[in-house]
Design a protein around this ligand. Structure first.
Ligand SMILES: [Zn+2]
Length: 255
C-alpha cells in the first residue's frame, strides 16, 4: 500500500519518527507521499525524505491556509523550490474557506497559478478543498486553470459532487480515516468513485481512524481505511490494496 498523503515530517513525530516508519512498513505500507504545507515545512520534509531512502516521495506547493497578503513572494519561492527539486506532484494546494475567508481571492490566485505549474511540468496536483466545493468547481469551469490531473485529497463530498467533478476531469479521490467514522456516511460516495479512482491516505497526524479517533494518526493505520473500503465495495482487502497501489503509481509515477 501507499499512504498518498502523510505529514510524518511534522514535529508531532519528532520523538519517534523511525518507529512510526517501522510500524508502517510492518503494516504493509511500502511508500508514503509527503505533501508540503508552506515554506516553513520544506526543511523538515526534506530531512524526513533523506532519513528513509526510497521510502518517501515529496510534493511541493503552498497550502491555502498559508496564503496571506505576501502570497506572491511565497509563491515565487515555492516555484524555485519546485523547479530545483525532485517532486512527484504539486501540492498540497487548493481552497480552504473553513478557517478563514480573508484571503479567499488570493487563495484562488495561488491555486490557479500552482495548478498551471503542474500542467507545464506534467505533474499531478494534490488538492485540498475544505468548505469550498462550489468555489473550486466554479474555478475549474472558468477556464482559468488548464486541465490537470490530480487527486482531491481527504474527500468527504457526496456522490453528486463526485459526478460534478467528473464532468470537468478524470480525478482521483483520496480517502482517509473519516471513512471509518460512524456518522460520516461516505458509502455512496465511495461506491460512486469506484475502486479504480480511489487512493488511500492517512493525512497523519490528523484524522486518525476508529478506534484511534482524536489521537495522533500515523501511516500504519492505513489498513483500517482499506478494510472499510473493502466492506463498502464488497471486494477483498487484497483487491483494495493492489488496485489503490496501482492507482497511486499511475497518478504519481513509479519514482
Ligand atoms: Zn495534508
Amino acid at each position: 500500500m501507499i499512504d498518498t498523503h502523510t505529514h510524518i515530517y511534522l514535529e508531532e513525530f519528532d520523538e519517534d519518527r523511525a518507529e512510526v516508519v517501522r510500524r508502517a512498513r510492518e503494516a504493509g505500507v511500502e511508500r508514503v507521499i509527503l505533501p508540503n504545507v508552506d515554506l516553513d515545512t520544506v526543511e523538515a520534509m526534506r530531512a524526513t525524505h533523506e532519513l528513509f531512502p526510497g521510502y518517501c516521495r515529496m510534493a511541493m506547493g503552498l497550502h491555502p491556509t498559508s496564503v496571506e497578503a505576501d502570497y506572491r513572494e511565497r509563491l515565487g519561492r515555492t516555484k524555485e523550490l519546485l523547479l530545483a527539486g525532485n517532486y512527484c506532484a504539486v501540492g498540497e494546494i487548493g481552497l480552504d474557506l473553513y478557517w478563514d475567508k480573508t484571503y479567499a481571492r488570493e487563495q484562488e490566485e495561488a491555486f490557479v497559478e500552482q495548478a498551471n505549474w503542474a500542467v507545464e511540468l506534467d505533474l499531478p496536483v494534490i488538492i485540498h478543498c475544505r468548505d469550498a466545493f462550489d468555489e473550486i468547481v466554479a474555478l475549474l469551469r472558468s477556464g482559468r486553470v488548464a486541465p490537470f490531473r490530480g487527486v482531491f485529497h481527504s474527500f468527504t463530498g457526496t456522490a453528486g459532487e463526485v459526478r460534478a467533478l467528473r464532468a470537468l476531469g478524470d480525478y482521483y479521490f483520496g480517502i482517509n480515516g473519516i471513512v471509518t467514522f460512524k456518522n460520516a456516511h461516505l458509502e455512496d460516495m465511495v461506491r460512486e468513485v469506484g475502486i479504480d479512482r480511489l487512493l488511500l491516505e492517512t493525512d497523519a497526524p490528523y484524522l486518525a481512524p476508529v478506534p484511534y479517533r482524536g489521537k495522533r494518526n500515523e501511516p500504519s493505520y492505513l489498513p483500517r481505511m482499506a478494510r472499510r473500503i473493502a466492506d463498502i465495495l464488497e471486494i477483498s482487502l487484497d483487491e483494495v490494496e493492489s488496485v489503490t497501489t496501482a492507482n497511486a503509481l499511475r497518478l504519481f509515477g513509479e519514482g
